[in-house]
Design a protein around this ligand. Structure first.
Ligand code: PEP
Ligand code: MG
Length: 322
């Protein structure tokens, strides 16, 4: 099977009849991009920038961040590199920020909420990103978006960062694409409106499942309720993809679901255009896509959307894979 998979390395992700699905890698450090490139990744669909901020007592400077983002871009040699701005809080800690312990950290002060409140921190990161964007197709992605105001406010801070660089005569790429993570249910439901504000969506299924099913994603006691194939989850993904398709913007999935064996054709059938996953899952995802026509993917996705329960959808999925 390994030998069989290797043939997909230099091929684009697509169904048997040529419907493109861009297959990309998730990374936590710029060094991780080497493997994504080696294994034929068509880009980086998610660079979790918070890893630059964790396991240390200070904050990375603009310069340190610039170097890291630039390196990822250079490794990907012109292919898209989506860098997500700080997504801390929840289960991710940044000691230097001294954040208060909260009763409901996953519902608390985190991610874009922190960045919009501590704009110095945000501006520093955005400056580094804008500068690094001169070295490739870097795209900026905001996490945990729940409203149109947050998008507009984040874009305003991005403009501030540009103004500062302009005033200082520092070189940067002013045409960076800007997108959001769709990982809070209200964002999926309002995707038709949000799509008009951004250049791309990326669905974070890890959090979307956690929030829509009200299941803490790291609590093993209730993990039996964490169901990627819950028809309600699939409908949220479908709504988001439909809104993106109708507005002519790309819509990816960058949660674990994207790299789950057999799931790529399902997500393609739901209208998803990009899949970002751990580098090790990319070849199998391309093989899964190549095994079906787009019509088959759509027809099967339609059946899953009409399943009465997660259990029924999981049974359909198992049969389809067999
Ligand atoms: C997600 O929520 O699906 C996601 C990709 O982001 P993270 O796992 O970093 O929260
Ligand atoms: Mg998330």
């Amino acid at each position: 099977r390994r030998a069989m998979l290797v043939q997909f390395k230099n091929r684009p992700g697509e169904t048997s009849d040529g419907r493109r699905v861009i297959v990309e890698g998730n990374i936590g450090t710029p060094e991780d991009a080497v493997r994504v490139a080696e294994l034929g990744g068509e880009g980086v669909g998610l660079f979790r920038s918070e890893f630059l901020f964790m396991d240390r007592d200070d904050l990375p400077s603009e310069e340190e961040q610039f170097e890291a983002y630039k390196k990822a871009c250079e490794t990907m040699a012109g292919k898209p590199v989506i860098i997500r701005t700080l997504d801390i809080g929840g289960d991710k800690e940044v000691p230097a920020l001294n954040l208060e312990k909260e009763q409901n950290p996953f519902l608390g002060y985190r991610a874009i909420r922190i960045c919009l409140n501590q704009t110095d921190l945000f501006v520093t990161q955005l400056r580094a990103l804008l500068r690094a964007a001169q070295y490739g197709d870097l795209r900026i992605m905001f996490p945990m978006i729940s409203s149109i105001e947050e998008i507009r406010n984040a874009k305003q801070v991005l403009q501030q960062a540009k103004d500062l660089l302009d005033a200082e005569g520092v070189a940067y790429n002013p045409n960076v694409k800007v997108g959001i993570m769709v990982e809070i249910p209200v964002a999926a439901v309002c995707a038709d409106m949000l799509a008009k504000e951004v250049d791309f969506f990326s669905i974070g299924t890890n959090d979307l499942i956690q929030y829509s099913c009200a299941v803490d994603r790291i609590n093993e006691k209730i993990s039996y309720l964490y169901r990627p194939l819950h028809p309600g989850v699939l409908r949220l993904i479908h709504m988001t993809a439909k809104a993106a398709n109708e507005n002519g913007i790309e819509v990816g999935v960058c949660g674990e679901m994207a790299g789950t064996p057999g799931m790529a054709p399902v997500l393609c059938g739901l209208g998803v255009t990009n899949l970002s996953m751990s580098a090790s899952a990319m070849l199998a995802a391309k093989a899964d896509l190549a095994a079906h026509s787009f019509a088959e993917c759509k027809e099967f996705a339609e059946r899953l959307l009409c399943a009465a329960s997660a259990t029924e959808a999981e049974q359909l999925f198992a049969e389809w894979r067999a």
